[in-house]
Ligand binder design. Structure first.
Ligand code: THU
Length: 133
């Protein structure tokens, strides 16, 4: 199944996380409708402009010309530890993703070893928009 595969890819992407400030490494695997998968990790800095794993994956995909997205899988945990609790996208990422996806876009997370499934509509009900219905 794609979601099991993508959760593994997201967990692997944590290895590239640059997160010396939070000590929390996050990986994401963004699946495009054409089957391409882009991974991303969180990238922090000494200011407050950290980039979450989800946005890293979207930025990579969009800058490579991708436009149609199916799902994103997200795994996060303290550095060098196995994920124990669920890592759901932050509010900024929810709004960011909503720009590029339809309401059926899926978000997969890992909760106590089990994959949980949401739609962007579940996580961002009544999200702000000024140009779409
Ligand atoms: N973070 C993500 O990359 N994705 C999430 O879904 C939640 C939080 C990052 C931001 C920051 O680098 C670290 O995790 C701790 O908040």
């Amino acid at each position: 199944m794609n979601k099991e595969n993508d959760i593994k890819l997201a967990d692997l992407a944590r290895e590239n996380s640059y997160s010396p400030y939070s000590n929390f490494s996050v990986g994401a695997a963004l699946r495009c409708k054409n089957g391409h998968v882009f991974t991303g990790c969180n990238i922090e800095n000494h200011g407050i402009q950290s980039c979450c794993a989800e946005r890293t994956a979207f930025l990579k995909a969009i800058s490579e010309g991708e436009k149609e997205f199916e799902s994103i899988s997200v795994v996060g945990a303290v550095h060098n530890e196995e994920p124990t609790s669920e890592c759901t996208p932050c509010g900024y990422c929810r709004q960011f993703m909503s720009e590029f996806v339809d309401e059926n876009f899926k978000i997969y997370t890992l909760s106590s070893g089990e994959i949980k499934e949401y739609t962007i509509k579940d996580l961002l009900p009544n999200g702000f928009t000024n140009h779409k219905d």
